[in-house]
Design a protein around this ligand. Structure first.
Ligand code: PLP
Length: 224
């Protein structure tokens, strides 16, 4: 690993561009979401100064503590919620995030819809799919994903832009990326959030439109 977070950011950007080229995809078609969870404002600031504007956080409370201050310093920040959302945090999540990637059940869809109407804010929405059908992971099971996206639209009035997944650890992610791509095609959504520090390059040929990279930029995390 290179020396600083900014060096590593540049390296990740170059690797994304190379993976796009290798997959025959347009340069810039894969967005980098820099996952800043567990890192404090002083560690995030240099990455903002280097021009990165899209960030991912997995906890509403932690993001609410860090990001209003950083947004006052840097214009044009887009914040993605990538962790599970509890319905009692829906109001705060809708107020704070530009993209919520973890819509995964009707109860939370209903709460988000209610808060969007109440606040007049419209964060972009992705549905999280439990692509490996792991009991401990959040997300809607693959076979229920298309129906859920339809209910989001027809019953909750929510426009879902795409799908997000976290493949099982210690398995080849390719088949899971391929499955998410297939579900997205069947469902008629265009955005695919998949690929993390260990496998983001492998998500690119399967159509990832964004990759979520944390430790490969910010370094190892002290807590999960
Ligand atoms: C933490 C996290 C990431 C980033 O993981 P790294 O392996 O550090 O890149 C990506 N997606 C989700 C949902 C996460 O919780």
């Amino acid at each position: 690993m290179s020396e600083t977070a900014v060096d590593r950011l540049r390296d990740i950007r170059a690797r994304i561009r190379a993976a796009e080229a290798e997959a025959g995809r347009a340069s810039g078609s894969v967005e980098l979401v820099a996952v800043s969870k567990t890192f404090d404002a002083d560690e995030i600031r240099p990455v903002l100064e280097a021009g990165q504007r899209v960030f991912g956080e997995n906890r509403v409370q932690e993001a609410a503590a860090k990001w209003p201050g950083l947004r006052a310093e840097f214009a044009g920040v887009a914040l993605h919620l990538i962790g599970p959302l509890q319905s009692n945090k829906a109001a705060e999540a809708v107020a704070l995030f530009d993209v919520i990637e973890t819509v995964d059940r009707d109860k939370i869809a209903r709460e988000i819809a209610k808060e969007m109407a109440r606040q007049g804010r419209r964060p972009r929405l992705l549905v999280q799919v439990d692509i490996g059908e792991e009991a401990q992971k959040a997300g809607i099971p693959p076979r229920e994903a298309a129906g859920f996206v339809r209910r989001c639209r027809d019953e909750h009035g929510l426009a879902v832009e795409g799908l997000m997944c976290i493949p099982p650890v210690a398995e080849h992610p390719g088949p899971y990326f391929a499955l998410l791509q297939t579900i997205a095609a069947q469902t008629g959504v265009e955005r695919l959030s998949m690929g993390m520090s260990g496998d983001f390059e492998r998500a690119v040929p399967f159509g990832a439109t964004s990759v979520r990279v944390g430790s490969a930029i910010f370094g190892a995390r002290p807590r999960p």
